[in-house]
Design a protein around this ligand. Sequence first.
Ligand SMILES: Cc1cc2nc3c(=O)[nH]c(=O)nc-3n(C[C@H](O)[C@H](O)[C@H](O)COP(=O)(O)OP(=O)(O)OC[C@H]3O[C@@H](n4cnc5c(N)ncnc54)[C@H](O)[C@@H]3O)c2cc1C
Ligand code: FES
Length: 272
Amino acid sequence: MFFLENTEIVENDRVGDGLYELKCRAPQIAGKGEPGQFVHVEIKPHQAASASPLLRRPFSLYGADAEQGVISILYRIRGLGTSLLKEAKPGEYLSVLGPLGRGFTLSGAGSVALLVGGGMGIAPLAYLADRLLESGCEVDVLYGAETACELVALEKLEQSGARCHVATMDGSRGHKGLVTDLLARMPAEKAADIIYSCGPFEMMARVARFSKERGIPGEVSLESNMACGVGVCLGCAVRLKAGDRDYAKVCSDGPVFSIDQVEFEAGEGGRK
Ligand SMILES: Cc1cc2nc3c(=O)[nH]c(=O)nc-3n(C[C@H](O)[C@H](O)[C@H](O)COP(=O)(O)OP(=O)(O)OC[C@H]3O[C@@H](n4cnc5c(N)ncnc54)[C@H](O)[C@@H]3O)c2cc1C
Ligand code: FES
């Protein structure tokens, strides 16, 4: 079930270079939104004369506080929509559709979860970490970025109680290199009971190989350009396995898929 809410913006703050966190009042979405689900946001320019951007833009839930009725998203400026979104001010209103799609399967209390995220892929994983920790799981997060100042979710993750292991491409914080290099440091015996990943496609491909080698089940969140966001237009369809005749709709069959459903060598759908 999803809702269309006219939401009041509570905060829309710059949290890093080209990175913003938006919070808005959306009590119905906040009450139902699960980690891995996303919202579809209508972005209108202040000069109402233009209809562009016509299509809503999808963003993962970065948090959902059911008590306060507030949801948050973490976003990177990419093009017209996100450039306009960063100009939106507290007190203004946005039309938000959600929660949409299939989210992550929450593992049971006592299990150990390994979360591997790169870039904006950390957004759904940070919300997932909160929910897993609340339910009594242990959480290790491998978090990668280009440079230290892009690690904008690190404080939130550390405060929630997740064990964080960081990699940056320029070596400004943590391991210098790919976040997936850190997989080799995970204990050979039982690194985790389940793996969750979201980020660039090559990163998730490496995580999928690790999952297969170690026999650990996992889930990944894919990305695709979207139009309707609710399974009607087929605009987001991707072929999960080479040779498959059927296409999966990222917006309604996903965005979260079982890691072994996706053939990474030939596929599409990562997040930068
Ligand atoms: C399920 C889902 C969850 C997402 N969650 C987040 C999130 O939490 N934070 C975040 O910053 N971004 C997220 N994205 C990506 C976000 O939707 C796009 O960055 C945004 O729509 C770009 O809009 P724009 O108008 O600024 O850019 P546009 O002008 O539409 O495009 C600018 C550039 O971005 C590319 N682009 C546009 N949409 C996508 C897309 N969906 N995937 C990859 N490239 C795209 C275009 O090809 C173009 O090169 C998510 C996308 C999906 C499908
Ligand atoms: S975006 Fe329309 S079917 Fe997925």
